[in-house]
Design a protein around this ligand. Structure first.
Ligand SMILES: NC(=O)c1ccc[n+]([C@@H]2O[C@H](COP(=O)([O-])OP(=O)(O)OC[C@H]3O[C@@H](n4cnc5c(N)ncnc54)[C@H](O)[C@@H]3O)[C@@H](O)[C@H]2O)c1
Length: 341
């Protein structure tokens, strides 16, 4: 398929482009490049060409000729959303819906959207959230995911098939690393300080998924028969990969020899949800998660050893989305609407 992938210069996108090329697709990327200061390691050989553009400036002309669009380019986590909820709505909600409308207008038939399990918000400990469960977003970021699903779903018709992939929290090595994701962060702490000190009691539940399993889910959604994915929501992950945060910390500390782990007592973050991933396994042809958190932690350990990850690199702004955007605004490289000056 001839594909346009937005956000190809981010944590997931930098691996998704090569994954789709390897599967024989014709891929063009698009990204405004907020995080290009960060490049943790080499290793991926072939990347798609990338259009350097903000999604808010995409024209119908840019989109003509593509069969499908995979849309990742948004402000990608809760703290970023809280930094400036208004700009989060402009990019994540309005930007994404406008993009989908333009795609439909030029005759693109498939639109794969990377939503998030954070739409489930505070789930309590009673049972597992399915695609049918009520959403309960707790932040501007999660609220935008719900709004995009609602508004893009309304565009679905015989000629336009959106698919909503609600990804669990990702982990695993990527050249465009994010150390603000829970397992990546704990692994980095374990390696650079030999210690994981949790202030909270670590009881909240978080489903996790390997970044390459997300890439495969996207590829499978693109390649599936239309009736399987038409206007469907899929949680992306594996039901076995629901962890309490303190279990994630335990995995990180087990993986890094000599790492001390202490767990605190405070309640901390109230976002907690367990998620069922049975639908994607049963219904999306060819998809299953092939990696788990222990494997991911081991891969991170091997990577940190190979590149001799230093505390300075681990803490560098380029690997924490909020810090990098704050830096670009403070140094007047970006204006307050997050356009390059
Ligand atoms: N990583 C996760 O755990 C996770 C989980 C669930 C959903 N998601 C979703 O997957 C998508 C990708 O996540 P990621 O972890 O790779 O994030 P990321 O922040 O690493 O990458 C996002 C990319 O989009 C680009 N971008 C942002 N706003 C843009 C704009 N207005 N115009 C053009 N480019 C823009 C950035 O430059 C960046 O390269 C996001 O939509 C995110 O919400 C991620």
């Amino acid at each position: 398929m001839k594909l346009l992938v937005t956000g190809t210069d981010g944590y997931i996108g930098i691996l998704l482009g090569p994954t789709l090329l390897e599967r024989g697709h014709d891929v063009v990327g698009l990204d405004t490049g907020f995080y290009r200061n960060g490049w943790l390691y080499n290793g991926v050989v072939k990347f798609p060409a990338c259009i350097n553009k903000d999604i808010r400036h995409i024209t119908e002309e840019d989109l003509r000729g593509f069969e499908a669009v995979v849309h990742l380019a948004e402000l990608s986590n809760d703290p970023l959303g809280q930094l400036n909820p208004e700009i989060t709505y402009k990019i994540n909600h309005l930007g994404s819906v406008e993009l989908a409308k333009k795609c439909k207008k030029v005759g693109i038939t498939r639109f794969v959207y990377t939503s998030s399990c954070s739409v489930y918000g505070v789930g309590g400990s009673d049972g597992y959230k399915t695609e049918e469960s009520e959403t309960n977003p707790q932040t501007a970021y999660a609220e935008c995911k719900v709004l995009v699903e609602r508004d893009v779903s309304a565009l679905a018709d015989d000629d336009f098939s959106p698919t909503f992939l609600r990804n669990a929290t990702a982990y695993g090595p990527s050249p465009r690393m994010r150390f603000d994701l829970v397992l990546n962060n704990l692994a980095g702490l374990a390696w650079t300080t030999g210690e994981i000190k949790m202030i909270s009691d670590g009881t909240p539940w978080r489903p996790l998924v390997h970044v390459l399993d997300i890439c495969e889910a996207i590829a499978c959604a693109l390649e599936a028969p239309r009736e399987v994915i038409h206007n469907q929501i899929f949680n992306v992950g594996d039901t076995k990969e629901n962890y309490q945060v303190r279990e994630i910390a335990q995995i990180a500390s087990d993986t890094f020899p000599g790492c001390r782990l202490t767990v605190g007592t405070s309640g901390g973050d109230n976002r907690s949800y367990r998620v069922s991933f049975d639908k994607i396994k049963a219904q999306l042809p060819g998809f299953e998660c092939r990696r788990d958190a222990r494997m991911g932690a081991n891969q991170l350990c091997e990577l940190f050893e190979r590149i001799d990850l230093s505390p300075e690199i681990f803490e560098h702004r380029a690997y924490t989305r909020l810090k990098q955007l704050q830096h670009l605004i403070r140094t007047q490289q970006l204006d307050t609407n997050l356009f390059w000056r």
